[in-house]
Design a protein around this ligand. Structure first.
Ligand SMILES: Cc1cc2nc3c(=O)[nH]c(=O)nc-3n(C[C@H](O)[C@H](O)[C@H](O)COP(=O)(O)O)c2cc1C
Length: 455
């Protein structure tokens, strides 16, 4: 049908489909089709029957927290921007999907773009913004095309643009194509890029809601968050909060990948135990060892802790995060040291280089893990890994840096035996690291399973 998604996006059954429910049913290239499925009812209600303050109150009552990683209460941010006395205010939909493995925002943009656009116009109305920008990754051509079509149709039909639905609200809509590294999705880096500068984070305060793009109060909101905004205005705050936990309400888009039966995109109630989430994705393909939850700044949750609820606070308490909404499943054939190395190397490469402890520190962390992997550690390398991880985090300019060492610290704590086997004996317990250059370093491997030896 018109409106197929990019082949890499596979939507899984199970969980609770709200944002995903119309994907595959609604024609993403047609406003009429979106409206037939109840689209723009939330916006209509907002601008014709509610004041901006009422809208903010509904979002507060729903308990919506940002889906872009931080879990910050959406209404609190909107209230700050609303109260700012400024001629110009701006709202930005963040669809930079800085973690390329996360599929949620892309699925929404390709499969039901009006849902995001509707949420963005509601946000603009609530905070009093006259400009609304959809910032989307340049390497998602289909998403860009469909968002552009949606914006054109919405503007032509007076759902956006001048005099929204015959009211005195006007919101100029545009799509901005962005490129760049992982850090380019961080909101102050995105604001810098939108203003024409390099996409590097800025020191806060001032917070963007007070002083953001071109000095104007700016609300940056994740694409999925905005889709929830449209859903809440159409269905009510109570309906939104009918699933989830007290502190983490509603549903969340989660991308499950790795050693799992059915990798793909789920929508689950927040608070779903990790074990159930794994089950919805077809279960582990081998003996599950750990789940890396939250993307490059996330952490490893070991298989013994899979009763942990997937929500903002429980994950953070366990050293992981919701982050990009991705979950990497590993099994007994996955090396935890090498996987942690993959993430810290990603963070080092994708950092912008503005903060020295981040630029240098993440590289030194990669080198330290490399020495351990090659069985050539220096005497204090384990202490160095922990100390440097903390220092990089404590001196952080942005959250990339603050969270960068999560995969290292959680694997060191939970899979220290794998680090020690690599460092002291040149053995990969998972039997996964088979780098031929490491061969000369290997000591006699008494008592070690043959499959676990470096080959
Ligand atoms: C390294 C890094 C990358 C980020 N990438 C994204 C991203 O791709 N999309 C996104 O919405 N938020 C991303 N964020 C979070 C944003 O800074 C910001 O918190 C978010 O856009 C606010 O929207 P929300 O409250 O709706 O989540 C990133 C943060 C960091 C530190």
């Amino acid at each position: 049908m018109a409106g197929a998604l990019s082949p890499q996006i596979r939507i899984l059954d199970g969980g609770e489909h709200r944002l995903l429910t119309d994907i595959g049913r609604v024609d993403p290239t047609s406003l009429a089709s979106y409206r037939e499925h109840g689209g723009y009812a939330g916006l209509e209600r907002a601008v014709t029957r509610l004041t901006p303050t009422d809208v903010i109150e509904e979002i507060r009552a729903a308990g919506l927290r940002g889906r872009g990683g931080s879990g910050f209460p959406t209404a609190a941010k909107w209230r700050v921007a609303r109260e700012m006395d400024a001629d110009r205010k701006i709202v930005v939909a963040n669809l930079m999907a800085a973690d390329p493995s996360a599929l949620g925002d892309r699925a929404l943009a390709e499969g039901n773009p009006h849902l995001v656009v509707e949420g963005l116009i509601i946000a603009a109305y609530a905070v009093g913004a006259s400009e609304a920008i959809v910032a989307v990754r340049r390497d998602w051509p289909l998403a860009i095309e469909r968002l552009q079509t949606a914006i054109r149709e919405a503007t032509d039909s007076h759902l956006g643009g001048y005099l929204v639905l015959g009211t005195d609200t006007s919101v100029q809509l545009s799509v901005w194509e962005g490129s760049g590294a992982y850090v380019a999705g961080e909101e102050t880096a995105l604001i810098s890029a939108l203003s024409g500068d390099r996409g590097m984070p800025l020191i806060r305060p001032p917070y963007p809601a007070e002083r953001g793009l071109w000095g104007a109060p700016t609300i940056v909101q994740n694409g999925e968050t905005l889709a929830h905004v449209a859903w809440i205005l159409a269905h009510s705050p109570d309906a939104f909060a009918s699933v989830g936990t007290e502190a983490s309400r509603g549903t969340k888009l989660v991308t499950v990948m790795g050693r799992v039966g059915e990798p793909g995109l789920l929508e689950i109630p927040l608070g779903t135990p990790l074990l159930d989430l794994l089950g919805m994705a077809g279960g582990g393909t081998g003996t599950t060892k750990a789940l890396f939850v939250g993307g490059p700044g996330g952490g490893a949750i070991d298989a013994g802790s899979l009763n942990l609820p997937y929500d903002f606070d429980d994950l953070e308490g366990a050293g992981a995060i919701i982050g990009s909404g991705s979950v990497l499943v590993t099994d007994s054939a996955t090396c935890m040291v090498d996987t942690a190395r993959f993430f810290i190397d990603f963070n080092a490469r994708e950092a912008c280089g503005k903060a020295v402890p981040c630029r240098i520190g993440t590289k030194r962390l990669v080198e330290t893990v490399d020495r351990i992997l090659a069985a050539t550690p220096r005497p204090n390398d384990f202490t160095l890994l922990r100390d440097l991880s903390r220092k990089v985090s404590d001196t952080a300019l942005c959250k990339l840096e603050r969270l960068a060492s999560g995969p290292i610290l959680t694997t060191l704590d939970r899979f220290g035996d794998e680090y020690r086997a690599h460092a002291e004996r040149g053995v990969c317990i998972a039997g996964a690291c088979r780098t031929s250059e490491l061969l000369p370093l290997i000591e006699p491997l008494a008592g070690v399973e043959p499959a676990a030896r470096l080959e």
